[in-house]
Design a protein around this ligand. Structure first.
Ligand SMILES: NC(=O)c1ccc[n+]([C@@H]2O[C@H](COP(=O)([O-])OP(=O)(O)OC[C@H]3O[C@@H](n4cnc5c(N)ncnc54)[C@H](O)[C@@H]3O)[C@@H](O)[C@H]2O)c1
Length: 439
């Protein structure tokens, strides 16, 4: 039977190597989780690629396959992991230190996690100020370091006989930087690497090495990284998918659930105050004002884009929005996020909503890492290149084309993601019109 696919998708044969800068709380929870699921020790809760179905055709057709049976995705048994960190701890030791998963569970996956020894990192204390570690590439220019990363990538590829690779940034949040002259074109960027331009961040050296090696790059943190003309140009030139930025997990996930609901009912907003306490290494790095500024930018932009004050001035013109993150070590990874939302209804009468989300950061982030790895690999096999806007669902600050605003509403993001999968396989897009049921 001829395929109805709109794109040719190469099969997901062989091993998929997952390369991760940052062997910390999120990445070890992800890797330990995959190993646990493979052994039947847990369920991959929170992962669309593992648990979600996708409706096809009309509601009367009863066709709702699992996403993983609808599009060809790599299986969990096909994944191999590697990465870089400034500390020498194996993934097993890093997972113990992160204290997200119980030791009894980690014991059961000790063998594969202990085999993951971080390669020497490309690190710059100017970009992440609160931590320092010994496992760092010391010599050479930024270009030399990019070359060393490319060698690491090739060695990993050979060692694991990987047919394909994906890189996903799970390292600390770098300090806030805007795109500079050196980020304008690939040529400028390469000159900058050779001249050790201070505007080039470590995350950009990793991204450059990935793209030059033909490896898709996803950015789980809010750093600028690939959100620059130079790296976008490189991704397009090399036909490689990229996506980012900043996993949408705790409080921002809640925001993008609630705000579309308020707007859907045309309820107004006077103010939204968000504060967090968390005690993991991420929290420690975010104590630094430079790193916090990067995070704050991605967290603040969400409400404006969802509520569109320019279209609804009576409801959203002057709402006050503040976000705080407080490092509080006793909590470890078990973050608490409070939201106080001052809303108003009919004739301007005020009301309040309070949210107290006792969440676990890395437990929420791990399934997003898994989905991004599998979907980015799918995108690569489907020949999709540049920004993957259909993966906005996973990010606080989704990358987008310069002429459009980013889509933050989680329900629109989900529809976009599923419609992209339907489109890939030549199925009808679902518009939710539904008039045909009443003819
Ligand atoms: N957990 C969440 O819900 C969530 C949500 C959105 C974004 N993030 C982001 O994901 C990232 C990881 O979070 P985490 O909780 O695992 O943090 P973590 O501090 O536990 O892990 C980050 C690791 O990156 C390492 N690192 C720092 N700079 C590096 C470099 N240049 N190269 C290689 N390694 C480097 C650190 O040594 C550390 O081990 C952070 O940037 C965080 O802001 C997390």
């Amino acid at each position: 039977m001829p395929s109805k696919d709109n794109v040719q998708i190469a099969p997901a044969d062989g091993t998929l190597g997952v390369l991760i800068p940052g062997i910390g709380a999120v990445s070890t929870t992800f890797m330990a989780g995959v190993e646990a699921v493979k052994r039947g020790l847990g369920v991959p809760v929170g992962s669309l690629t593992q648990l979600s179905t996708i409706r096809l055709g009309k509601r009367t057709e009863g066709r709702s396959p699992l996403i993983r049976n609808f599009v060809p995705l790599a299986g969990l048994n096909d994944l191999v992991f590697g990465g870089w960190d400034i500390f020498e701890d194996t993934a097993y030791e890093a997972a113990l230190n992160a204290k997200v998963l119980e030791t009894s569970l980690l014991e059961k996956v000790k063998e594969p996690l202990s085999a993951i020894r971080p390669m020497k990192a490309v690190f710059d204390h100017e970009y992440v100020r609160r931590i320092n570690g010994p496992n760092v590439k010391q010599q050479g220019t930024k270009m030399d370091k990019a070359q060393m990363l490319m060698e690491d990538i090739e060695q990993f590829r050979k060692k694991h006989n990987a047919s394909r690779l994906i890189m996903i940034w799970c390292a600390s949040t770098e300090v806030f930087h805007k795109p500079a002259a050196v980020h304008q074109t690939v040529k400028d960027f390469e000159c900058g690497l050779m001249k050790d331009d201070p505007e080039i961040a470590p995350s950009q050296i990793y991204a450059y090495a990935a793209l030059k090696s033909g490896v898709p790059f996803a950015n789980g943190a809010p750093n600028l990284t690939t959100d620059t003309p130079a790296l976008l140009e490189l991704a397009k030139e090399r036909n490689i998918p990229i996506c980012g930025k900043d996993f949408k997990t705790g409080q921002t996930f809640m925001k993008t659930l609630i705000a579309p609901g308020l707007k859907a009912r045309m309820l107004g907003l006077n103010g939204w105050f968000s504060t967090n306490i968390l005690g993991n290494r991420d929290g420690e790095v975010l104590e630094d004002p430079g790193s916090f500024k990067t995070k704050e930018e991605t967290k603040l932009s969400v409400l404006d884009h969802i509520l569109q004050p320019e279209l609804y001035p009576e409801l959203y013109k002057n709402f006050y929005h503040a976000v705080r993150i407080n490092y509080y070590p006793p909590r470890g990874d078990a973050k608490e996020g409070w939201d106080n939302i001052d809303i108003f209804g009919w004739l301007g009468y005020p009301m309040q909503i309070k949210i107290d989300f006792l969440c676990r950061d890395s437990i929420l982030a791990a399934p997003l890492v898994l989905d991004l790895v599998l979907f980015m690999d799918l995108a690569q096999r489907a020949g999709m290149r540049g920004i993957q806007e259909w993966l906005s669902f996973y990010f606080k600050a989704p990358m987008h084309a310069p002429e459009i605003y980013p889509e933050h509403d989680i329900f629109i993001q989900l529809m976009k993601l599923k419609n992209t999968l339907r489109w890939m396989r030549g199925e009808d897009l679902i518009t939710h019109l539904g008039l045909e049921y009443y003819d």
